[in-house]
Design a protein around this ligand. Structure first.
Ligand code: ZN
Ligand code: ZN
Length: 420
């Protein structure tokens, strides 16, 4: 049960229904007559069904859900022939890209077991991820270019709940994780849809402030971090919702607390230390510390999952460079929950972060109209991967560096130094 701000008490099924409603109406902005392609694990069936109902009631012409099964994924590692790990279901990803091109919206339900593949051979995990990245690329491009409306929401699942709350029994862990999802997704208010609109407006204001400043670079200082990161030419800060290429207004992540932009792929220098563990495609990478020179990682260490990290940054040349810079105050409700979610959708909204790999074209002025060469000339990065990792904390200071080279306080002790 959830104590709502109004004093009203809601049951978990009621909150699940409100989450589905917000995902369809606020996150996706699903249009009457639009198709929806959803991906979900079998453990998220309850939420997937609530979303399906709300999508049809909003006028969806067809909802197609691609369900995955984690036990089946593990069987592959136990029994499949070695050569199979370089193979992905190209036909499936081509089909998804075709659906997006023909106007379908995209909804992903997050909630995977963060450590599913931790005990599997990192070499096989790396090959399988690479094969999927290749196959998914055409579909992912439509997403990173914001050509369609899309969103990601989360469902609590047994394995995820036990990973986050290992000392509780399953029922307690599941209900704690659901409560955390409902709270950080702003459902514990009388009117979640208005709460989301107000929050979205605040993120837009912060992004507008940064766009007016037009900083040349950011300088980060904190424990184990002294790092200067250039911003791409014609970069744009975004936050909250965007109008996708198909004209539909959507909020791509629920929750979202970040404003983000495109760094310059050749202008990152210094040492950065991660402040949270990273769960990457079912493996854990902890204690990341990397050194950049001229935008490129020249040294990378991790206290756990070093091999996975090395394979990740060896994916292609762009995997060693940065494609996203995002600012999140430490007062974010996700940081304040004190929970390490072991899931990027949540953890990236608890802390300032950077991402290895692919840039979002929408983070450059008129980016969706620029060719790959034009994007690259402005400093946007190109890679098969896009992996966010958290570098923010209550001890992080960030300065904005003006084109003339002056330093202005942007964040102090993890909080915005200037209000908007
Ligand atoms: Zn981000
Ligand atoms: Zn990202």
């Amino acid at each position: 049960m959830t104590e709502a701000a109004t004093g009203e008490v809601r049951t978990q099924p009621e909150n699940l229904d409100r989450l589905a409603e917000a995902a369809v109406h606020v996150g996706l902005g699903l249009q009457p007559g639009q198709e929806l392609v959803m991906t979900a694990s079998l453990d998220s069936l309850a939420l997937a069904r609530r979303i399906t109902e709300h999508a049809y009631r909003a006028g969806a012409s067809l909802v197609t859900t691609l369900f995955s099964d984690e036990d089946a994924a593990l069987m592959r590692y136990r029994y499949a022939p070695d050569a199979g790990f370089d193979h992905a279901a190209h036909w499936l990803y081509e089909g998804m890209a075709a659906a997006f091109r023909s106007g379908a919206a995209r909804l992903a339900i997050a909630g995977a077991n963060p450590a599913l593949l931790s005990n599997e051979d990192p070499e096989k995990v790396g090959r399988a991820n690479r094969a999927v990245s290749h196959a998914y690329r055409p579909a992912l491009e439509l997403i990173t270019r914001h050509e369609i409306n899309w969103t990601i929401v989360a469902s609590a699942t047994p394995a995820w709940a036990m990973a986050v709350f290992p000392n509780d029994n399953l029922d307690v862990a599941l209900s704690k994780l659901w409560e955390a999802i409902f709270a950080t997704t702003r459902l514990n208010t009388a009117d979640p849809v208005s709460a989301w609109r107000a929050h979205d407006a605040q993120l837009q204001k912060r992004a507008a402030y940064m766009n007016e400043k037009r900083y040349f670079a950011l300088h980060y200082r904190g424990p184990g971090t002294d790092f200067r990161l250039g911003l791409a030419e014609d970069h744009q800060w975004l936050g909250g919702g965007t109008t996708a290429g198909n004209g539909v207004y959507c909020i791509p992540n629920m929750p979202t607390e970040e404003i983000f932009s495109a760094p310059h792929k050749e202008r990152a220098d210094g040492i950065v230390t991660a402040t949270k563990p990273l769960s990457h495609q079912g493996t854990m990478i902890e204690g990341i510390q990397v050194r950049f020179e001229g935008g490129r990682i020249v040294e990378a260490r991790a206290t756990r999952g070093q091999e996975v990290l090395e394979r990740l940054i060896d994916t292609d040349d762009g995997a060693r460079r940065l494609g996203e810079v995002a600012l999140v105050p430490h007062s974010s409700p996700i940081a304040q929950s004190g929970i390490v979610f072991l899931n990027t959708l949540f953890d990236e909204n608890a802390a300032s972060h950077i991402a290895l790999g692919q840039s979002y074209a929408s983070c450059l002025r008129n980016g969706d109209k620029l060719s790959p060469e034009e994007l690259s000339a402005r400093g946007a990065n190109d890679s098969l991967i896009h992996v966010d990792w958290m570098i923010g904390s209550a001890e992080l200071d960030i300065d904005g560096i003006t084109p003339a080279g002056a330093a202005e306080p942007l964040m102090r002790g993890g909080e915005w130094a200037v209000s908007v």
